[in-house]
Design a protein around this ligand. Structure first.
Ligand code: FES
Length: 342
C-alpha cells in the first residue's frame, strides 16, 4: 500500500512496517519491538535516534528533548515521528534483551478494588485486572479516563506476583486534574477502567550486582516500591538505600511497608523534620542529601522517580559524580499525563 513504509533499525538489523498515520514508536510496540522510550510525548529524549536514510516528519516535541541543531543533523524522536518513505534508522540507545524479548503491550479491562488516601495529596488506587497482567518492576501503564479517549500514565507500586492479583498505583492529586480529580468522588469501587501497557524502560535488571540507590519524591514512590518489593521477593542480597524527598513528616507514607522490605530508608525533609521521631531523617532536598551521603555513587545503580525538577537535579548530580549512564534508570514523567495535572 502506498502509505506503508519499511523501517530498518541499525545496528540491530531489525525491520518493520509502519503506516504514515502511525508513530514509529507505536508501530514498533505493536509489532513486539521494544525500542527505548520514556515519556512517549517528545519530552524526555529517551527515544532519540538518528535517521540514516529516508523521510521522517515529527509532530510537536520539546526542543529540550531534541534541539534544532540535532534535528538539522538528522536526529529524530521516534515517539513523535511519522515515516513518509522507507527509512533506515540508527538506534542510539537500546537494550538487546528487551528489544525482541519485552513484555507485549496490550489493553485489559480492570475494576476499581480500592481508593484510599495515603497523605493529604497522594491516593492509593488499587485495580483488579480482568486477566493476569504482566509487567516488570519499575514500569508504567496508561489508564483511560472513564468516559473519554484520554489517558494518564501511572507506575505500578506492586509486583506482578502480588497474591491478590491487584495492581496498586499511587496518584498525586492536582487541583483540576482530569484523572486525579476523579479520586475524591468521581470514581467508586467496582467502576471499570481500561489499562494499556506495560511501558517504560526504567526497570530492574536481573543479574546485576551493584548496590542500589533509589531516589524518589511524591508519587514517584510507586515504581521504587515495585522495585524494592521485587528485590525482596527474589531474595536479593544487593545493598539498597532509599532516599525519599518530602516537605514534612506528614508527607511520608508506607513507612511500615518500607521497613518490612529491609532497605535503608532515609527521609529527606525540605521544610521541617518535626514529627519524624524514630526515622532516619536528613534535612534538605533529596539530591543534596544523596550528595552528602553517597560519596561512591559511581559504584551504584541508581533508580530515580519523581517530579521533573527533582529528576533533573539528580541527573546533574549523577553526571558530576561520574555515574556511568548505563547505571542510571529513570522515566521522567513530563508528558501531559502529569505536567498539566493528572
Ligand atoms: S521523547 Fe520519546 S519517549 Fe520521551
Amino acid at each position: 500500500m502506498a502509505d506503508k513504509h519499511r523501517i530498518q533499525f541499525e545496528p540491530v538489523g531489525i525491520e518493520m512496517e509502519v503506516g504514515e498515520e502511525e508513530k514509529i514508536l507505536d508501530a514498533a510496540f505493536r509489532q513486539g519491538i521494544h525500542l527505548m522510550h520514556g515519556c512517549r510525548e517528545g519530552q524526555c529524549s529517551a527515544c532519540k535516534s538518528y535517521l540514516l536514510e529516508g523521510d521522517i516528519q515529527m509532530e510537536r516535541y520539546s526542543t529540550f528533548a531534541c534541539n534544532d541543531a540535532e534535528v538539522a543533523e538528522g536526529y529524530v524522536l521516534l515517539c513523535k515521528s511519522h515515516a513518509y518513505s522507507d527509512c533506515t534508522i540508527e538506534l542510539l540507545n537500546y537494550d538487546e534483551d528487551e528489544l525482541l524479548g519485552g513484555i507485549p503491550i496490550r489493553t485489559v479491562g480492570t475494576r476499581v478494588a480500592a481508593i484510599e488516601p495515603v497523605t493529604r495529596d497522594i491516593v492509593s488506587l488499587r485495580l483488579e485486572p480482568a486477566e493476569q497482567f504482566d509487567f516488570k518492576p519499575g514500569q508504567y501503564v496508561d489508564l483511560t479516563i472513564p468516559g473519554t479517549d484520554e489517558h494518564r500514565s501511572f507506575s505500578m507500586a506492586t509486583t506482578p506476583s502480588t497474591p491478590s492479583g491487584e495492581i496498586e498505583f499511587l496518584i498525586k492529586k492536582y487541583p483540576g486534574g482530569r484523572f486525579s480529580g476523579l479520586l475524591d468522588d468521581g470514581l467508586a469501587v467496582g467502576d471499570e477502567i481500561s489499562m494499556t501497557g506495560p511501558y517504560g524502560s526504567s526497570t530492574l535488571k536481573d543479574g546485576h550486582v551493584l548496590p542500589v540507590v533509589c531516589v524518589a519524591g511524591g508519587a514517584g514512590m510507586a515504581p521504587i516500591l515495585s522495585i524494592l518489593r521485587h528485590l525482596k521477593e527474589t531474595d536479593s542480597t544487593r545493598p539498597v538505600r532509599f532516599y525519599y524527598g518530602a516537605r514534612t513528616a506528614a508527607d511520608l507514607f508506607y513507612l511500615d511497608a518500607i521497613e518490612e522490605l529491609g532497605v535503608e530508608f532515609v527521609a529527606c525533609l525540605s521544610e521541617s523534620a518535626q514529627g519524624s521521631d524514630g526515622l532516619q531523617v536528613e534535612e534538605g532536598n533529596v539530591t543534596d542529601v544523596v550528595e552528602r551521603r553517597e560519596p561512591e555513587l559511581h559504584r551504584t545503580e541508581v533508580y530515580l522517580c519523581g517530579p521533573p525538577p527533582m529528576v533533573d537535579a539528580a541527573l546533574t548530580l549523577l553526571e558530576a559524580s561520574n555515574v556511568p549512564k548505563d547505571q542510571v534508570f529513570y522515566d521522567k514523567f513530563t508528558s501531559p499525563a502529569t505536567s498539566d495535572g493528572a
